[in-house]
Write a protein that binds this ligand. Sequence first.
Ligand code: AMP
Length: 514
Amino acid sequence: MVSEPYSHSLNPMTNHLIEYLLSPHENSSNTFLKLQNGDSISFLEFNQQINRIANYLIDKGLQPGDRLALQAGKSWQSLAIYLATVKAGGVFLPLNSAYTVNEISYFLDDAKPKHFVCDPAVSGEFESITQSAGCELISINADGSGELSDTVSNFSGQFVAIPRSPDDLAAILYTSGTTGRSKGAMLSHKNLWSNAKTLCDVWRFSSQDTLLHALPVFHTHGLFVATNTCLVAGASMIFLPRFSIDEVLPHLPKATTMMGVPTFYTRLLDTAEFNRNLVGHIRLFISGSAPLLAETHIQFEARTGHKILERYGMTETNMNTSNPYEGDRRAGTVGLPLPGTSVRVVSPDTGEALAVGDIGSIEVKGDNVFEGYLEMPEKTAEEFTADGYFITGDLGMLSEDGYLTIVGRGKDLIISGGFNIYPKEIELILDEIEGVDESAVIGVPHSDFGEGVVAVLVGKNGPTKEQVLSHIRDKIARFKQPKDIIFLDELPRNTMGKVQKNLLREQFKSILLN
Ligand code: AMP
């Protein structure tokens, strides 16, 4: 079947996400994606595939504002489905490929997508739930081949974007939900294009760049920070299915930039062959999604001559701060507010702005900040202040010259005997100890103090408990010192490299009670 292109015209003043991401390069024969198998996809080919999928979705009855959920492997077709959904006026809802059938059922029930694109290996499990919800199942194999790709090849490669206004939704991303159930963060066209444009400017992306992309594409980092920024710039991406040293090392010399979670950088440093010669062509390494230890920053510079640029953002807000491209990239900080984003640190009790150096709740405001949580108006209202700032849930402090340092999630704060204890302060001291590779400090129930401090340490040939305690004894107040120390082979982390302290708290919840 061949369908004719739809005859809507895109008003250039609508501020449609597609105007920023695709229109400037839609006819370019320059390479957009370099795939692992050696194939290249040009901007023109990518755009034509997007158009075919958009025509197919419209043919299937997708209406403006309808949602399309996708749980699939990382393939270039997944990126094309994202942009085709948005181009066809829909709302894209990517789901972590590790989610189980049970978890996916919750998301489908919550978000009520019109279409659910997933692997044929699991589609059978969703038949009844999608049927009763009026949601159509479409299948795509992990490598992007299969039903959807076969069918869309019969559709036209021309499509004019369905007009949307800047505040209309382009995507819904579920938060990782380390406490309670995940919430759907509603992101508008403006949220996404404004952030992509800003990042392109502040990180100096251009059509000369090649980004090494080894992140998943169901999360804000790989999908929006990496992909949207490259699209705005007309830059190309070496598109790898995952981060593995064997796949990344041979591609590094061909890249000009890399974005990663801190684990990427620690794994590179753990690799003897990783040296200056491999990164001679790279102009910028960027890190985010979890804290980059100052030690990693320093070691990376010593090994490669590059100062990693650390930035801070979240699913709900896109990116908020970044260390400067030119200027002081300060280890252990997440830099300065991005242009157009206002960042403040306030007292969690009174909401008053705090003095330089005082730790408090981080709040942000700007075009980058989301529209609210799906079907949760009360929760949304709770998370915004009366003057429109989003309460991030992170704790941090500002320096005299405006650099933000994150000290942890608010929920990780430990309150012991009425005193506030910031885990990061203790972790930094523990990490200095010879033989400790990394640490996670948590609060667990304590019969006297409410909560007590427990340190979880990783490190082969690590120190004894006594050595740890003697190292820390004179360095911090007694009430902050760990009441117990646990040694593990590794810390539990999610796919974005974040330490899952909630799992540690659960595992060791009884350790101080007897
Ligand atoms: P997500 O919504 O999965 O992107 O997670 C957002 C959270 O990750 C933030 O609220 C922070 O707690 C954390 N995060 C992101 N970037 C950084 C960073 N550079 N340093 C420390 N924490 C970070």
